[in-house]
Design a protein around this ligand. Structure first.
Ligand code: NAI
Ligand code: MG
Length: 359
C-alpha cells in the first residue's frame, strides 16, 4: 500500500486545484463548496492545494506552469481543473503548456464524458428523451500524435505530414475500459470506426476492439462508421450506452453529444489513468467563457459533475451519488437554473441550492 492508498483507506485525499482563467475560477469555487458539504456529511477529508497556473501567469511570468509543474502534481491523488484560455494568449499555448502535458505525463489515456438529458434541461432535439450515455475517448495516441513535420516551407511544393499512431496496447486498453464501464451500465458498447475509408489504422482498431470484446461475452458490441454514427447521435441519441472512439473521433463525438444534452455548461469530463498509478484530472468540458467571466452567472454544474466523477474515482461512490442527486433536483427547479438553461439564477444561487441539498 502506498502512502496515498493508506490515506484514501482512511477517507482522506489530496487534491491539486487549478482554477485557471475566466469562469474557471468561478465554477471551481462552486465545486469546492459542494465538495466541502458532501465531505462533511460523509466524514471524508479532502485537502486542497491551489495553483495559479493560467494564461494570467503566462502573461506575467512567460509560462502557464513552472518548469517543475508536472513533478509538483505527481504526489496528489487527483487534479481538479476549471478552464484555461484568455484572449491575447494563443489557444495552442494554453493547451500545450498545461493540459496536454498533464494528460500525457500522467498516462491519462481515457477521456470520459458522460451525457445526460436531465429533467428541466431542454435539448435542441425533439428526439432527445431518456438520453444517458458515456463517450470514451482515447486520450494519448491516435490522430493527435507529434510525429510528422513540414517540408519545403514557403515553396509551391510545401507539404505537411502527420502520422496517426494506433498501438495494440493503446487500442486494447481503451476498449477494455469501455467494456468494463458497459458492464456497470446497460451492457452495450458502440465502437466508432471508418475502416472503409482509412485502410490501415481503423481496420486495426476494429480487429483489436473485436478481440477484446471476446473477453466480455456479456457485453454487446456494434461497430459504426463515424459519419453514420454522427447522424444517429442526432436522430436516436437514447440508443447509446458506451461509445468508444479514437482521439479525434472521440473529441468530435463528445462535443456533439454535449450539444445534444442541452448546454455545454453542464458537461463534465474525466481524464483517467485507470491504473491509478498517476493522478487523474477532472474538468468541465467548457472553456473560460471570456464573454460572461466576472459576472457571477456561469453555470457551475459542469464543474460540480466533474467533481462527482472525481469522488467516484477516489472511491467515494456514495458521496458522488449524493452530489448527482443534488444536481438532478437543482436542475429540475426553474428558480435554480442559470441563463444558459433559460433561467435567471446566479452561480451563487445554484451553489447554495446544491449545498443546502447536501446538508
Ligand atoms: P467556451 O466554452 O469558453 O464558451 C462557449 C460559449 O458557451 C460562450 O458563449 C460561453 O459564455 C458559454 N459557456 C461556456 N461555459 C458556460 C457555463 N459554465 N455557463 C454558461 N455559459 C457557458 O468556449 P470558447 O469561447 O470557444 O473558448 C473560450 C476560451 O476557453 C478559449 O481561450 C479556449 O481556448 C478556452 N477553452 C479551454 C478549454 C479547457 O480549459 N479545457 C476548453 C474549451 C475552450
Ligand atoms: Mg473538443
Amino acid at each position: 500500500m502506498t502512502e496515498s492508498d493508506a490515506l484514501r483507506a482512511s477517507g482522506s485525499s489530496s487534491i491539486a486545484v487549478i482554477p485557471g482563467d475566466g469562469i474557471g475560477t468561478e465554477v471551481i469555487a462552486s465545486a469546492r463548496a459542494v465538495l466541502d458539504a458532501v465531505a462533511r456529511k460523509h466524514a471524508i477529508t479532502l485537502s486542497y492545494t491551489e495553483f495559479d497556473w493560467s494564461c494570467q501567469r503566462y502573461a506575467d511570468e512567460g509560462a502557464m506552469m513552472p518548469d517543475d509543474g508536472i513533478e509538483t502534481l505527481r504526489g496528489f491523488d487527483a487534479i481538479l481543473l476549471g478552464a484555461v484560455g484568455w484572449p491575447g494568449v494563443p489557444d495552442h499555448v494554453s493547451l500545450w503548456g498545461l493540459l496536454i502535458p498533464i494528460r500525457r505525463a500522467f498516462r491519462q489515456y481515457v477521456n470520459m464524458r458522460p451525457i445526460r438529458v436531465f429533467d428541466g434541461v431542454d435539448s435542441p432535439l425533439r428526439t432527445a428523451h431518456d438520453v444517458d450515455f458515456v463517450v470514451v475517448r482515447e486520450n494519448v495516441e491516435g490522430e493527435y500524435s507529434e510525429i510528422g513535420g513540414r517540408l519545403n516551407r514557403g515553396f509551391p511544393d510545401e507539404m505537411a505530414v502527420q502520422e496517426s499512431v494506433f498501438t495494440r496496447n493503446g487500442v486494447g486498453r481503451i476498449a477494455d475500459f469501455a467494456f468494463e464501464l458497459a458492464r456497470t451500465r446497460r451492457g452495450y458498447v458502440t465502437s466508432a470506426t471508418k475502416s472503409n475509408g482509412i485502410v490501415h489504422t481503423l481496420p486495426f482498431w476494429d480487429e483489436v476492439v473485436a478481440e477484446r470484446a471476446s473477453h466480455y461475452p456479456d457485453v454487446r458490441l456494434d461497430s459504426e462508421h463515424i459519419d453514420a454514427l454522427a447522424a444517429k447521435f442526432v436522430l436516436q441519441p437514447q440508443r447509446f450506452d458506451v461509445v468508444v472512439g479514437s482521439n479525434l473521433f472521440g473529441d468530435i463525438l463528445s462535443d456533439l453529444a454535449a450539444a445534444v444534452a442541452g448546454s455545454i455548461g453542464i458537461a463534465p469530463s474525466a481524464n483517467l489513468d485507470p491504473s491509478k498509478q498517476y493522478p487523474s484530472m477532472f474538468e468541465p468540458v467548457h472553456g473560460s467563457a471570456p464573454d460572461i467571466a466576472g459576472q457571477g452567472i456561469a453555470n457551475p454544474i459542469g464543474a460540480v459533475w466533474s467533481a462527482a466523477l472525481m469522488l467516484e474515482h477516489l472511491g467515494y461512490a456514495a458521496a458522488a451519488g449524493e452530489v448527482m442527486a443534488a444536481v438532478e433536483s437543482t436542475l429540475a427547479a426553474p428558480e435554480t437554473r442559470t441563463g444558459d438553461l433559460g433561467g435567471r439564477a446566479s452561480t451563487a444561487v445554484v451553489t447554495d441550492a446544491l449545498v443546502a441539498r447536501l446538508q
